[in-house]
Design a protein around this ligand. Sequence first.
Ligand SMILES: O=C(O)CCC(=O)C(=O)O
Ligand SMILES: [Fe+2]
Length: 301
Amino acid sequence: MEAVKEAGTQAVHSGKPAFESRPISWRLGSEVMGLDLKRSEDISDDTIASLWRLLGERGILLFRCQGLNHDQHLAFTRRFGPLAETGMTSRYAPPGYPDLFTVTNIKSNGARSETENAAQQWHSDQSFLPVPARASMLRCELAPQNGGDTMFSSTYAVYESLSDGLKKTLASLQAFHTLLNTRCLVMTNRKTMDDKEVAKVEGATHPVVLVHPDTGRKCLYVSDQMVDHFEGWTVAESKPLIDYLCRLIEHPANTYRHRWEAGDAIMWDNRCTQHYAPLDYDFAGMDRPENHRLMFRSTLA
Ligand SMILES: O=C(O)CCC(=O)C(=O)O
Ligand SMILES: [Fe+2]
């Protein structure tokens, strides 16, 4: 097994170096250098295991300038395990690729994209499912000339910043996650969902504090987009505490903000991070090609 340890911009390896990595912010995120993800079949199982370990520790892995196509994107993601069921999201898949999810502001036949602002609230992917997504990988094909960034937050850092008293309260709490909650802004698209799709996003209950299975560290699993209430609490009772926790998630000190270049790819762990895409570009002028944003996501079960 290659041992890959971050030490500033240097990686320390025993044996043949497979990749180098360096932190991209203090609390989360590492850039991985020296791998060609287009040829994931040439990446050893040991290297995949090292990447997975680094992902669990750092929350997100940035691979710059990879220029993947759909097949290469999926082939690399599959090296980490089976893909998540796409369910209601399969209609956002590019033709012929049911396992990819398109996030774009580009109109189709004159109609606005339903995913143009899908990530305008902090969330962890598919937390409304009984078995949510373990990790996701997003790649950028077109970035607006200004903005169009994605932000990531460390839910390890958020949990660790809490007082012992609040940690104790949260330890016994379960939260109900659903896309059909009153906080959730993307459900403005709900009118286009059929009953089967609505059933998929109806919701699931998860512990508020997760123990990350790989690192043993605790993370906060409550999000602005999905959490409706704590089990046994009313929505009104839950809201102030959800709001308080969400403030910590969006606090700049806990985040990394990525300025996309076409060709970049980022893999994130949905347990120990959340993400959010601010509408920080010329949203009103999104018909102009220089404001087009086109991203594709794969999702690990
Ligand atoms: O548009 C983005 O930057 C993030 C989209 C998103 O939340 C996702 O693909 O899971
Ligand atoms: Fe997402």
